[in-house]
Design a protein around this ligand. Sequence first.
Ligand code: GLA
Length: 382
Amino acid sequence: MKDSLASSFEKIYGCKAEVFAQAPGRIEFIGNHTDYNAGFTMGVAIDKVVMVALSKRTDRKICFASIKSGEVVEIDMDNIERQKREYNWVNYPLGVFKFLLDAGLEAKTGFNMLDMSNLPAGAGLSSSAAIELSSAFAMSELYGFNADLKTKVRIGRKCENHFVGMPCGILDQGVSGFGKKDALVFIDCKSEDFSNAPLPSTCKFWLFNSTKKHALVDGMYEARHNECMEASNVLSGGDSRLLREFSIEDLESKKAELSENAYKRAKHVIEENSRVLSAKEALANGDIQMVGKLLVQSHKSSQMLFENSCEELDFLVDEIIKNKNVYGARLSGGGFGGAVMALTNENFGTEDAQEIEKAYASKFGKKPMVFTCSAGDGAKLV
Ligand code: GLA
């Protein structure tokens, strides 16, 4: 992949790339919509990546090209502004560059950048976090800026929140940054502590993407975010403590003051935080059956309380968990369409996946996008 990126870079820009970095996509393992509530969550970095190549320019332009789009977008580095819809893909590395400058990166001249990816497109694997983290690594290296991993992860999230305009938490960037082969990433989103939890090598991940995307998916995400903030405002009496700080008893005692939706979203988040901690403990005890049960409980809670599932995802989970080689399955990521993750033993194979594909196709008239992957390392220079 690096050789092919290097030669495309030379063709497009007429010079050699000086720096290469890569960052993986992620699967959300458990902890749905807990991250921006300062809660707990777990994800897994996968063995598929976005790779970027950079070289310095002699003027003050920054140029972005993507193998996928084939076009080059040129921006004046003294006038960094959010790009319009058709160039939205540029906003991820552009926002990262802007916040690296704010953090102290010094750049006398601009750069050329090209990206390439072997992450399946639109599969719900957070290619945006992967481009943010790979850009943060490559840009820091190119300009000799000494930022630690946590700073790069936080800059990735800042780019989403304050440049792209997506009010996400730190899950995607944290996992893409702190991923480790054969391990999960556990995140305490309040202290922003990242640690790894080993995963038995007999466990496999399968992803079943419904290929359904709710037309208002960004708006729905924001709506859920707002409902959670509404609940935490009531519970904290306005002192800005987030849902992480509260127990089910706290919630019940304020039920009368909450809208029905705010109550349901908060109940999901509070219970989901406990499920993440239980899953972490079960993993440490080698109790994978228990982990699987918690995954299914998490899905049911997304379905009934957070209401970010849909008919397609519910069907996939129900079909997948019928298979005896499956420990558990749940929707993974923002929801309202997107993908279901299954945790299986090593006997689950292509034929099992095909059976589920067939059942899905006969109900919904189209096949889900299915693939398997394993836990890979986080972002790095290559
Ligand atoms: C998306 C966001 C994450 C997280 C999940 C839901 O993937 O980018 O920050 O909120 O949804 O858990």
